[in-house]
Design a protein around this ligand. Structure first.
Ligand SMILES: Cc1cc2nc3c(=O)[nH]c(=O)nc-3n(C[C@H](O)[C@H](O)[C@H](O)COP(=O)(O)OP(=O)(O)OC[C@H]3O[C@@H](n4cnc5c(N)ncnc54)[C@H](O)[C@@H]3O)c2cc1C
Length: 461
């Protein structure tokens, strides 16, 4: 096999893989349909505010796969972390520590969450098991809610795990795979490096593309792949709106389903087509970016826990209606990197989950509830606001071509994680998948980065 690699897409998975393949000696050309890099992890600029297209925090920061790609490719990605990074508000109020490995901090957490004293033994056994991160595979097909119920019926523990499940996978613990949660929780809290990249989320793919170019590869923008050329059951190149790029291998960051469409369904066996069509997608995530003329929120990240029974917090997603009281994930990027806004100003991003495929009308109705709640907890926000900008599921669809506007990729439910996640290799020789849909575990961007690392290992001599 020759060494010409064409990568379709500059999401975290595509850009990370391009850098790793360039480092392994491949002659890499990356083709990105948009005029900017990063896909769901892109950052945009308006009036001196550099904000994420989505709403991001990075569970393992430099210590996870995102940092690993940077290290392997000699990149310039740098991180900000805080100990105590998160402020919990709503049903309970306290600061959440970065590192919960010590028993002392676990006691602090149980007390602040309001775990009933009689439920302490079960709660600690649960935390111990989650921190241990063992028995992942045997719990891949177990629903997370059932897993938690094996240890305790404590209401706030259920609410806490349900909200963390939403934070990790954008879905309720009534859907999530317990094995995937165990894997993610163990690594996040062992790593204790929950953080934010300097230069915003888009700094990650940006840095990977700089590494790609430094090692002789190139990234071309506004080059939308319209066809993966397949000759004799082998991928031999990519045709874009602008030209044709011959390749020895083609790596697609466009998602499993769209990759099949690009290569042509005729080249895939029935069972592969059925998997590509039948897999379920993650939920969407809707956001509001607040550009503020002064600092209003003093915390690095805020989590708002609603006063709703744990099993009902995310019912609104299944029902397709706005929540009575939303769970809110609210990072404050300028409290990590002040250079993301003009001096003295503050950038705040608030978001919550919405159903996959939700209409703009529903997404905006959900965001109206988010906005009302944010203004209630930070009454000064409205008067400090210079502008706000919203993103919905349709924006993700437009940005990435993913039909459901899914914020992560394929959903992390039993049957779609671990050994049941689609692999990198496809039935078409020389055609590989990379990104959140393929071959890895974990949380959003880190799953995409893990996918890039695994594929590069597979393809490296
Ligand atoms: C609102 C929101 C909040 C999120 N919060 C978090 C969080 O807090 N933490 C976290 O870790 N993750 C989070 N995620 C998830 C995370 O951003 C994604 O899982 C991850 O970025 C997906 O990366 P990917 O490699 O799969 O590529 P994608 O982001 O899907 O990028 C694919 C790229 O391919 C390009 N492309 C597609 N088709 C073509 C084509 N035909 N030709 C050329 N180019 C093409 C697209 O333009 C895009 O740039 C969030 C996502 C959203 C939307």
């Amino acid at each position: 096999m020759g060494n010409k690699a064409v990568v379709i897409g500059s999401g975290v998975g595509g850009s990370g893989c391009a850098a790793l393949l360039a480092g392994a000696g491949y002659d890499v050309t990356l083709l990105e349909g948009q005029s900017f890099a990063g896909g769901r992890c892109a950052s945009l600029e308006k009036e001196g505010f550099h904000y994420d297209f989505g709403v991001h925090m990075f569970s393992r920061g430099d210590k996870g796969p995102l940092g690993e790609i940077n290290r392997r490719t000699g990149g310039d990605l740098r991180w900000a972390t805080h100990d105590w990074p998160c402020h919990i508000m709503g049903r309970m109020e306290f600061d959440f520590p970065l590192d919960i490995t010590s028993l002392l901090r676990q006691f602090y957490l149980a007390r602040k969450l309001g775990v009933k004293y009689k439920n302490y033994p079960g709660a600690f056994r649960l935390i111990l098991n989650l921190m241990g991160g063992k028995a992942v595979e045997e719990n891949d097909d177990v629903i997370l809610q059932d897993y938690v119920s094996r240890f305790t019926d404590d209401e706030v523990i259920h609410l806490f795990v349900n909200c963390v499940s939403q934070l990790y996978f954008a879905q309720s613990y009534r859907q999530s795979s317990a094995g995937e949660f165990l894997w993610s929780f163990n690594r996040m809290f062992k790593g204790a490096s929950f953080g934010y990249p300097l230069g915003a989320g888009g700094g990650i793919p940006g840095s990977y593309l700089r590494s790609t170019e430094r090692m002789g590869g190139k990234a071309l923008f506004e080059e939308e792949a319209v066809r993966i050329i397949v000759e004799g059951a082998r991928a031999t190149g990519v045709e874009t709106n602008k030209g044709t790029y011959p390749a020895d291998i083609v790596v697609s960051n466009a998602g499993m389903r769209n990759t099949v469409y690009l290569a042509g369904k005729d080249h895939f066996p029935e069972d592969y087509l059925a998997e590509a069509e039948g897999n379920s997608d993650s939920n969407a995530y809707v956001t509001i970016k607040y550009a503020l003329e002064r600092k209003v929120v003093p915390y690095p990240v805020v989590f708002y826990m609603p006063h709703v029974a744990p099993e009902r917090v995310f019912d609104y997603i299944e029902k397709g209606e706005p929540p009575e009281e939303p769970y809110i994930f609210m990072p404050v990027p300028t409290n990590h990197d002040p250079s993301l806004a003009p001096e003295g100003r503050q950038l705040v991003i608030a978001g919550t989950a919405a159903p996959a495929g939700a209409s703009d009308e529903l997404c905006n109705a959900i965001l109206d509830r988010v906005h009302a709640q944010v203004c209630e907890i930070f009454p000064d926000l409205e008067s400090a606001m210079l502008w706000e900008s919203r993103s919905t599921g349709a924006d993700v669809r437009e940005l990435t071509g993913h039909r459901a506007g899914e914020c992560i990729g394929l959903s992390q439910v039993p049957g779609q994680v671990g050994r049941n996640r689609p692999g990198h290799a496809t039935p078409v020789q020389g055609l590989y998948l990379v990104g959140a849909d393929a071959g890895a575990r974990g949380i959003g961007t880190e799953m995409a980065a893990g996918s890039a690392l695994a594929l590069a290992d597979l393809l490296s001599p």
